[in-house]
Ligand binder design. Structure first.
Ligand code: ATP
Ligand code: MG
Length: 768
């Protein structure tokens, strides 16, 4: 594995302290998947973190399968997880472990708790047990079996193990506290009876440990020093510690929780991904639209891009959802210097170069690389009287700013000549089916010419007869909404797969190795679909478009007869008109100016282009970022300043880049909260006062407007999702914490009673 940059985070801080204090000599962590599905991008985050820590600190990372549930687990998932982790570049050596190998010791330990009077066999049905646990605000009720003697419990538990009882007839429970504010501590279940075949242990066992009983002990057995898991387990920590105390296990692992990685427009839950597979909505776990590692691999993404993405999002305790554009960014970065540029026309429109003779055959030697990549290599681009261009590169009624071919207009064919459109042919329905152009002599690229012609733009093309047929599959986000709660099915993106069945590609690719990645000029990065490698017509997957953008479907798009939208998705779930219209082009090539601007600005494309498209904003951005961090200036401009401009222009504002940069610094140094800085920005639109002074005023004024307060409360509850979770698990004392956080953000300038009321209401909405 290559060494990659990771930032210092709270986990690394803890480890540094532990090492400095001599608490541990060696760091032992683990990645603990349950083999009940294929790993996804969230697992990439967790494994990148754990294996990364092991390698950074010269420790080790175990791969442990938490395989305690015979009903959902399978060897095929173990194999998939190992394959994907190896592909990501991780090595666990001989440290491959299975919780199912610990069944004996876990059983002995359970007996130990029984003998100590700390666990009992409960004959109540599972639904009764659930009902007797109580609620967040009401205590649980003791089971009538709770006071069985240790001897009776031991006999019963051994009889459970010996297979004397039916499934579901009894459970083993820890005897903790039915009134505990954390519901996880209300006599949690340790074992259930399941006469089921385990994929590794066969029929050896008919009782299976619950995850919560197996997980912490497995870490202890392996000598794990830092058990790193996701935030939803923070309320379990107390239980894991209780078990270790009761068993008197020393030394013990310490658990630390970090926020899950979520991606907008995707689901990262194995349960939901499994349902997509089972319902045949996708082509298995490795469908390139899936956020699984197998899907990303099949799409053509390389592991380095995934690791870089996981490292870049950092490790925090704040739940956050990431824009897939960020992952795309790392994929492009990884491929830019690796993928030779070739021509592929996805949606061909025939062009006749009328002034070339019928039998004209010419070969153009064209570089594989753009000028800014210092690599060598050329290929032959044949050209003759008949060529293809993209349908979308010709327009009869061009919109303003259209820089491609129009009737009477000129474009340059990339690496070749300037052509002028003289005529078009249409079918009965009025669709353009062929364009006639004349090739302008003496305009060949690179040749010494004195041409002063000004073509509108440069487009890609291929020769008609000497190009090769290809099928091109372009993938888009799985969902049509950034996130969905329950109704996954009606939120699937109907255009998540667009198939171009009559694409044409230049002939140079014919002898290439299958793993070769290309940049199809002006389109994106592509490679051969590994699962279609034996098909006579090559099938290419789009790894990532050059730029991703959602735009309204234009009339032009609907005309494209040769495009077949993913049937599997659209057939099952008829799409409404509005969703249909959100089809992705992904194909609009960036202009060279836009590209250069993005490169120079160092901003991601969404932010960068938002700024680029507003008059004067680029200059404003440059000036403001002279004294504040560029990325922050970009974010604040794109997300706050520009959207509030409405009809005003930047030069009309009472402040300039200098003041704006001061504002951004106040935000960056956390002198003001995001909310306050936004308030200050509003005031700056009307006043010439200094941002710092405005901030002081905002921070001093009493806030009693419920809308404003609710906005702040939502921010707080979002930031502390883990505590909201804990609150709903019974830690109702956290109400005070939330109120305190809100008070802090208004600098004490609000009525705590009012805030308490609003926070309680907000919590009730979330946790009901
Ligand atoms: P899912 O919700 O997809 O079923 P899981 O947590 O049940 O995931 P596991 O196989 O138990 O899946 O996960 C293995 C490890 O990966 C755990 O430590 C888990 O906390 C971590 N993990 C799972 N999903 C994510 C995610 N989205 N972001 C970061 N870590 C994750
Ligand atoms: Mg899990």
């Amino acid at each position: 594995m290559t060494s990659e940059t990771t930032s210092n985070d709270f986990i690394r801080t803890i480890i540094n302290k532990d090492l400095a204090a001599g608490t541990h000599q060696q760091i032992i962590v683990r990645f603990p998947p349950e083999p009940n599905g294929f790993p996804h991008i969230g697992h990439a985050k967790s494994s990148t973190l754990n294996f990364g820590l092991a390698s950074e600190y010269g420790g080790r990372c175990h791969l442990r399968f938490d395989d305690t549930n015979p009903q959902t687990e399978d060897q095929k998932y173990v194999d998939a997880i190992k394959c994907d982790l190896k592909w990501l570049g991780f090595d666990w050596g001989k440290h491959e472990y299975y919780a199912s190998d610990y069944f004996e010791i876990l059983f002995d330990w359970a007996c130990k708790l029984v003998k100590k009077g700390l666990a009992y066999v409960d004959d109540s049905p599972e639904n009764i047990i659930r009902a007797m646990r109580g609620t967040v605000t009401t205590p649980g009720i003791h089971s009538e079996y709770r006071d069985r003697s240790p001897e009776e419990n031991l006999n019963l538990f051994q009889a459970m193990r010996a297979g004397e009882f039916e499934d579901g007839s009894r459970v083993l429970r820890a005897k903790i506290n039915m009134e505990h504010p954390n519901m996880k501590m209300r006599d949690p279940l340790m074992y259930r009876i399941r006469h089921a075949t385990h994929y590794r242990r066969g029929d050896e066992w008919c009782i299976y440990p619950f995850y919560d009983w197996a997980h912490g002990q497995s870490d202890a057995i392996e000598g794990v020093t830092h058990s790193i898991c996701t935030l939803e387990f923070s309320t379990n920590r107390i239980l894991y510690d209780w078990y270790l105390d009761a068993l008197e296990i020393i030394p013990r692992p310490r658990q630390y929780e970090f926020a899950r990685l979520n991606l907008d427009y995707y689901v990262t839950s194995k349960r939901r991904l499994l349902s997509l597979v089972q319902e045949n909505v996708v082509d298995g776990w490795s469908d390139p639209r899936m956020p699984t590692l197998a899907g990303l691999r099949r799409r053509g993404v390389r592991p380095a891009a995934i690791r870089a993405f996981c490292n870049s999002v950092g490790t925090t305790r704040v739940d956050s959802t990431h824009d897939p554009a960020l992952l795309d960014h790392f994929i492009r970065e990884d491929l830019n210097h690796l993928a030779p540029r070739v021509h592929c026309v996805q949606d061909p429109l025939p062009v006749t170069l009328t002034n070339l003779p019928e039998n004209h055959e010419e070969n153009i030697s064209a570089s594989y690389w753009p000028r800014d990549i210092p690599r060598e290599g050329t290929r032959n681009l044949p050209i003759s009287r008949e060529i293809f261009i993209e349908h979308s590169d010709f327009s009869e009624e061009p919109p303003k700013g259209y820089r491609r071919l129009t009737l009477g207009g000129m474009v340059r064919l990339r690496h070749a000549y300037i052509i002028r459109c003289t005529d078009i042919e249409k079918d009965e329905d009025g669709h353009v089916i062929r364009v006639h152009c004349e090739l302008i002599d003496g305009t060949r690229s690179g040749a010494e010419t004195s041409s002063t012609l000004k073509p509108r733009g440069t487009i890609h093309w291929v020769d008609a007869s000497r190009s090769l047929p290809a099928v091109v599959k372009v993938y888009d986000r799985l969902l049509s909404q950034p996130s969905v709660n329950e109704d996954l099915w009606s939120n699937l993106n109907p255009s998540s797969l667009v198939e171009y069945r009559h694409a044409r590609i230049e002939p140079s690719i014919i002898d290439d190795v299958p793993e070769q990645r290309y940049q199809f000029v002006r389109l994106g990065y592509y490679w051969r679909d590994p699962e279609s490698i034996n098909q006579s017509i090559p099938v290419f997957n789009c790894i990532v478009p050059l730029r991703d953008s959602y735009v309204q479907e234009t009339k032009e798009n609907t005309k494209q007869g040769n495009i077949k939208t993913a049937r599997k998705t659209s057939k099952k779930h008829p799409v409404d008109e509005q969703k249909k219209s959100r089809i992705k082009t992904g194909q609009r090539p960036l202009t060279p100016e836009e590209k250069q601007w993005l490169r120079m600005s160092g901003l991601n494309s969404a932010i960068g282009l938002a700024i680029y498209s507003v008059p004067d904003a680029s200059a404003f951005f440059r000036a403001a970022s002279a004294s504040a961090p560029r990325i922050s200036v970009g974010n604040w401009m794109a997300n706050h300043l520009l959207p509030s401009l409405k009809n005003r222009s930047l030069s009309d504002l009472p402040f300039g880049p200098e003041e704006f940069s001061e504002l951004v610094q106040l935000a960056d140094k956390e002198i003001g909260s995001t909310h306050e800085i936004r308030e200050v920005l509003k005031l700056m639109f009307e006043s010439k006062e200094h941002p710092a002074r405005l901030l002081a005023r905002v921070q001093d004024s009493i806030v009693d407007d419920p809308d404003t307060l609710n906005e702040i409360i939502t921010d707080v509850l979002d930031e502390y999702k883990d505590r909201v979770e804990a609150y709903s698990a019974g830690k109702i004392g956290l109400l005070g914490f939330f109120v305190g956080q809100v008070m802090r953000r208004v600098h004490g300038n609000a009525n705590p009673k009012q805030i308490q009321l609003l926070v309680s209401e907000a919590l009730a909405r979330i946790t009901s």
